[in-house]
Design a protein around this ligand. Structure first.
Ligand SMILES: C[S@@+](CC[C@H](N)C(=O)[O-])C[C@H]1O[C@@H](n2cnc3c(N)ncnc32)[C@H](O)[C@@H]1O
Length: 301
């Protein structure tokens, strides 16, 4: 029986490159034999739009979600383990955010300062300190410019206040649903390459790396201090070839469709579909139209 919409989970953060707009195209290209017993891997999880959607459909008995962003994984872990205590702190943020622009701005920058004061984060520790940090992360995400997570050279979160009028900082029901969805999930801070030793032939791997800019210029790739350059795209292609050739598991990868033919060359032996998607995170309003993206996979559909 289909699930009631009220029981579904969806991303609790806005995330650059979020895949909500591409879900239908992705669902059309899943392996025919995907089921609850398959191990699900998503090593660039970000906001998790694809995991939440697929897990609601398949109820994976095991999933591995990882990202290089410590604060992101810390927040997932807190939602998984302590949703109610987190909701209590988020309620306070929602209450404090009113109609006075000056007060809201102060709340934002004070919170950002507190957030940046903390070093040596342990993203796996379930403590009051980390519940507070997760609530700050969600508040900053919902009130900063375009929901970006960008850090300066010292690793400090530096996205400015966006002054939203009536932001929904959190959705209580969704936080609870997300917490349930994460029950069988291992949440790890790691470079994507670390997952290779855990993937077996019964695994399905969805990969959504930082996109290669389509116009040859710098676009948003500031998820981390290091960025994601052409060399990284090449290493990732090698990783996908290992999933395919060494492990014999299935993978699906999304990426941009840049002007050069880098992905045609790197993924020449795999299927490559060009699909249309709407991008929402772009600082230049004129560029918010449909763009073509690539879905690359190593199985028949
Ligand atoms: C395009 S976003 C993923 C968006 C996600 N699919 C969603 O729907 O929100 C790419 C993610 O990769 C992460 N990332 C960047 N470099 C990475 C690396 N070397 N290993 C693992 N994750 C990385 C970023 O922190 C970011 O969350």
């Amino acid at each position: 029986m289909g699930k009631n919409n009220a029981d579904l989970s969806r991303p609790f953060l806005k995330w650059a490159g979020g895949k909500t707009q591409l879900l239908d195209e992705i669902k059309e290209r899943l392996p025919d034999d995907l089921n609850a017993d398959c191990k699900y891997f998503e090593p660039f999880v970000g906001g998790g739009a694809v995991f939440f959607c697929l897990n609601d459909l398949f109820k994976f008995k095991y999933a591995y979600l990882s990202d290089i962003n410590e604060d992101l994984i810390l927040t997932y872990n807190i939602i998984k383990e302590k949703p109610k205590l987190l909701i209590r702190k988020l309620k306070k943020f929602q209450k404090c955010y009113g109609s006075d622009e000056k007060d809201n701005k102060k709340l934002f920058y004070d919170t950002r300062d507190l957030f940046n004061e903390v070093n040596n984060i342990n993203p796996y520790e379930i403590s009051d300190k980390n519940i507070t940090r997760a609530s700050q992360m969600i508040f900053l995400n919902k009130t900063c410019f375009n929901g970006l997570y960008r850090v300066n050279k010292k690793g400090g979160f530096n996205v400015p206040f966006a002054n939203p009028k009536n932001p929904l900082i959190y959705d209580e029901k969704n936080i609870k649903n997300v917490s349930k969805s994460l029950k069988n999930v291992e949440l790890v801070v790691a470079d994507y390459s670390k997952s290779l030793s855990l993937i077996d032939k019964n695994s399905f791997v969805y990969l959504d790396p930082p996109y290669k800019p389509i116009d040859g210029k710098k676009s948003f790739s500031g998820y981390t201090k290091l960025g994601f350059e052409d060399e990284d795209q090449k290493k990732l292609a090698k990783f996908c070839k290992d999933i395919d050739g060494k492990i014999n598991a299935k993978f699906l990868l999304s990426n941009s469709k840049p002007e050069d033919d880098i992905f045609e060359r790197l993924y020449s032996k795999f299927k490559r579909d060009s699909v249309q998607a709407k991008r929402f995170i772009n600082s230049n309003g004129n560029k918010r139209g449909p763009v073509y993206e690539l879905l690359i996979y190593n199985y028949e559909i």
